[in-house]
Design a protein around this ligand. Structure first.
Ligand code: SF4
Length: 437
């Protein structure tokens, strides 16, 4: 079975490409061409039908929600509730990142409970299995990594974050650079580095990259090159080892694409807002515009409890500068395993960020113009319809209805909109015809 890239290169427009074109309002030939060049990916699986979502150039910025058990809280029913909440709130994809309990069982039940494309980090299961079997992750046999990648593909996973870009060079950069405030914050990255140092061996996922790409290509699964050395502290942002891994990942994106595998590159992490543009530019330039998947990024270290907001700030700028896919962050980041409400807050914040970024990326402000008109016209039903935030606006208004008809309890009888409408009606109507773009 051929992958989307292989078919696109042959000039074939697949059903998946047609579905992406329809959903995004772009020509089918554009989606085929961009897929052939590796600038669009379509998370897919030969063993599971899921919603078709395109990620990349010319498409709406997509949002991922991550769920999964920990070693402390391993409750399958909770993870299913979180998965369903993410889907209900409008996430485009879901990552199932369990490390506790029966990891395969959680994955299979989550795959059955949603229609979203599901991603994973197979290193988590591999190292968890090694700990269970050998008592330590560093004794994991290399073959276990490849077996688990294949097992997860066969289960119906549509994209995988795999840490192929960690190699001896990235570790050398880390050593030469010295102190890092946040150390390594990627679980998969940290375990892989420990395995390499303990065994004095190259990363098998880098050394045998062709095997990894071959497995994913067989199932048409997207290979997302993991960001194991991403900064976990603002003072480590864009440092040498993070950029070293990015260079390697961009090279691998090109190699994988030539092999017919759908490829994506992952980005930071914790970075201040004045470094976001450079990170996006470097990834796009060095990978020939492979889709860029950013994890937040979180833009300050000092707002625990509100990291869905620090990340939404970073995500909106990333999207505006050209990032294609953002991973949500929840209010419980750095504090605890997210609960169902955290998932909801995280998805909504990330969706708003993606929307704000796309307004700049695609110079499209029509929906905002319509909302302004609905506000000036005090047309509440129209405002609710245009909102990207679900039922929340309606329920807030309903909970505190005004005595003055058509205003709201914010200003009540001092409603400025009502007064202006009464005395400047003509000017307001003229505004409807003004082309602000
Ligand atoms: S009462 Fe105030 S906030 Fe509410 S619609 Fe009127 S001007 Fe806007």
């Amino acid at each position: 079975m051929s992958s989307q890239v292989e078919l696109a290169v042959k000039g074939i427009i697949t059903e998946e490409m047609k579905a992406v074109a329809k959903a995004e309002g772009v020509p089918e030939e554009f989606v085929r061409d961009m897929t052939a060049q590796g600038k669009i990916v379509i998370p897919n699986s030969t063993t599971r039908k899921s919603r078709i979502v395109g990620i990349g150039k010319g498409l709406r910025t997509k949002v991922n929600a991550s769920i999964g058990t920990s070693t402390d809280i391993a409750d399958i029913s909770l993870e299913i509730k979180k998965a369903r909440m993410a889907q209900e709130c409008g996430a485009d994809t879901l990552m199932e990142l369990s490390v506790g309990g029966d990891i395969r069982k959680v994955r299979r039940e989550v795959l059955d409970s949603v229609e979203l494309p599901v991603g994973t980090v197979p290193l988590y299961q591999a190292f968890a299995k090694a700990i269970e079997k050998y008592g330590t992750p560093v004794d994991m046999p290399e073959e276990m990594l490849f077996d688990i990648i294949e097992e997860q593909c066969a289960d119906g996973v549509s994209f995988m974050a795999i840490h192929c870009g960690i190699n001896r060079l990235t570790i050398e950069r880390l050593r030469k650079q010295g102190y890092r405030y946040g150390g390594l914050v990627s679980k998969g990255g940290a375990y892989m580095v420990a395995w390499m140092v303990h065994n004095n061996k190259e990363n098998p996922l880098f050394e045998h990259f062709g095997r990894v790409a071959d497995i994913l290509k067989k199932y048409d699964c997207v290979l997302s090159l993991g960001n194991g050395f991403r900064a976990g502290a603002i003072h480590d942002s864009s440092d040498r080892c993070q950029i070293q891994e990015l260079v390697i990942n961009c090279e691998l994106a090109g190699e994988g694409r030539k092999m017919g595998c759908q490829m994506m590159v992952e980005g930071p992490g914790h970075i201040p807002i004045d470094e976001i543009e450079a990170n996006v530019l470097l990834e796009k330039r060095m990978s020939n515009e492979a889709p860029f998947y950013v994890l937040g990024p979180i833009t300050t270290d000092v707002a625990p409890g509100y990291d869905h907001i620090t990340a939404a700030i970073g995500a909106s700028l990333s999207s505006a500068y050209g990032a294609d896919f953002i991973c949500y962050v929840t209010p419980s980041e750095h504090l605890a395993l997210p609960d169902v409400e955290d998932v909801k807050e995280g998805v909504m914040a990330a969706r708003i960020a993606a929307y704000v970024g796309d307004m700049i990326k695609y110079k499209n402000r029509e929906r905002d113009r319509e909302m302004s008109l609905a506000r000036r016209g005090l047309d509440w039903e129209r405002q609710f319809k245009l909102a990207i935030t679900g039922d929340k606006p309606k329920s807030i208004r309903a909970s505190r209805m005004p005595s003055e008809e058509n205003s709201c309890t914010m200003c009540g009888e001092f409603c400025a909109t009502k007064i202006v409408t009464k005395y400047f009606e003509e000017d307001i109507n003229a505004g409807e015809k003004r082309d602000l773009l």
